[in-house]
Design a protein around this ligand. Structure first.
Ligand code: SAM
Length: 172
């Protein structure tokens, strides 16, 4: 499902970069943190990963042409973005029709008690780390125009999930 021209937002220290397979032509990664980008660049150098281009950049306003990517990738980043609707709209703009946004995130547990605990501890966590631990990306993605094609829960208490969101192909 990850293929062609890939854009990864919040690339961080580049943990995903060695995992892209041969069906990926190129990866353009963005992050707001120069420190994280320096670690990612070192990883790319040391592991001799090709097809990677890393930039300082904000997921809410990307310096990329419209309809220029086949796959958009975000792992554990959507929860920290200040305006998730703006980031979803940017992903929609940059993806080609038929393109896919792949998100891995943590969010509300499928267990009631864990959900209550998460809601209780979320305000201080958000205040000190800007992290929204129970944020659900789905309403932002559909609000930007995406069609949700898969939501898969896993991990302890179902707090980790993967979402596939498609930009519908153009109709003749
Ligand atoms: C929890 S880390 C995840 C890093 C990486 N995706 C991973 O899975 O290891 C979140 C990253 O998102 C970056 N970030 C937060 N808001 C951002 C934004 N608006 N635009 C680009 N990057 C952002 C942070 O600097 C941080 O490196």
């Amino acid at each position: 499902m990850t293929h062609g021209t890939v854009v990864e937002i919040g690339v961080g220290s580049g943990l995903n970069l060695p995992l892209y397979g041969p069906e990926v032509e190129s990866v353009t990664g963005f992050d707001l943190s120069d420190k994280m980008l320096a670690i990612a660049r070192r990883r790319v150098r040391e592991k001799r990963i090709d097809r990677i281009d890393l930039h300082h950049g904000d997921a809410q306003t990307l310096d990329l042409p419209s309809e220029s990517a086949d796959t958009f990738m975000s792992t554990f980043t959507f929860c920290t973005i200040h305006d998730p609707l703006a980031a979803s709209r940017e992903a929609y703009r940059v993806l080609r029709p038929g393109g896919v946004f792949v998100l891995t995130e943590h969010g509300r547990s499928t267990r009631a008690l864990a959900r209550r605990v998460m809601r209780a501890i979320e305000p201080p966590i958000t205040r000190f780390s800007a992290e929204h631990i129970t944020r659900d990306p789905v309403p932002y993605l559909t609000g930007a125009g995406f069609t949700i094609t898969e939501v898969q829960h896993g991990g302890p208490g179902g707090i980790v999930f993967r979402i596939l969101a498609h930009k519908q192909p153009l109709r003749n």
